[in-house]
Design a protein around this ligand. Structure first.
Ligand code: 5GP
Length: 250
């Protein structure tokens, strides 16, 4: 048997400004088999970002066409822009034997959970919403409107934390990175196989299983009832025989 772990999907989510990129860099450095998923987005590239490295930057028309062609495993609108995980991209990486790390929002994580089994979901939370606000203000990239939009989204994302297998609170950068790497190591050691599911087929499987349980139960109950009737009849017969013997004797 090979020692190579099953290729698996790891999802990292968390509010903008929480420090996901530092944790992602640490993970990619420590795990050469782990590759980053490159999403498609309609948002324009930021300074220093390049096409095919950070994102596939496309316009709305192309994005829409990809939706129609069922090209995305999941897609969502975030801060007015569209973001999507390409079906082909993920399948190809997994087929090559790589585990894939997806930096997607809570909507995307939720969709992925619905259509797959065995993924690992990690949420990165700020120590508090106020601490997050301070970080975004210090970063100096936000207008008052975009700051308030990001804070609203953060508040909403924090309500979906229970969807995740692990939560890392990013209070101190180094400690959070260590914690994140420990989680990854532990999850890689668990070596859980990852697979996509067809929700309709799953529904049929569950339905069949419930019918089978129902059939077994009714068979079991019928057997018990007939056994009990048998026992009751035996006892009644015994009593009748005893009564008739008694009356014959008297
Ligand atoms: P940014 O524009 O700052 O790179 O990303 C904004 C948000 O979009 C982040 O929370 C990121 O996790 C999310 N995001 C990036 N790619 C995807 C994707 O393919 N699907 C979903 N659902 N969210 C994504």
């Amino acid at each position: 048997m090979s020692d190579k772990p099953h290729p698996r999907v790891f999802v990292i989510s968390g509010p903008s400004g929480v420090g996901k990129s530092t944790l992602i860099q640490a993970a990619l450095r420590d795990h050469p088999d782990l590759v980053m998923s490159i999403s498609h987005t309609t948002r324009p590239p930021r300074h220093g970002e390049s096409n095919g490295v950070h994102y596939f930057f496309v316009n709305r028309e192309i994005f829409q066409r990809l939706i129609e062609k069922d090209g995305f495993l999941e897609w969502a609108e975030v801060y007015g822009n569209l973001y999507g995980t390409s079906r082909d991209h993920i399948h190809a990486r997994l087929r090559e034997g790589h585990s894939v790390l997806l930096d997607i929002d809570t909507q995307g994580a939720h969709s992925l959970r619905e259509l797959s089994r065995g993924g690992c979901y990690i949420f990165v939370a700020p120590p508090s919403l106020e601490a997050l606000r301070q970080r975004l203000v210090h970063r100096g990239t936000e207008t008052p409107e975009s700051l308030s939009r990001r804070m609203n989204k953060a508040r909403d994302e924090m309500t979906h934390m229970d969807l995740y297998d692990h939560v890392v609170v990013n209070d101190k950068k180094d400690t959070a990175a260590l914690e994140f790497l420990n989680i990854l190591n532990m999850e890689i050691a668990r070596n859980v196989p990852f697979r996509f599911v067809d929700p309709a087929a799953e529904h049929d499987e569950v339905h069949e299983e419930m019918e089978r349980i129902g059939r077994d139960l009714s068979h079991h109950l019928t057997r018990r009832v007939s056994l009990n009737i048998g026992r009751t009849l035996d006892k009644t017969l015994e009593r009748l025989v005893a009564a008739s013997l008694e009356s014959n004797l008297t």
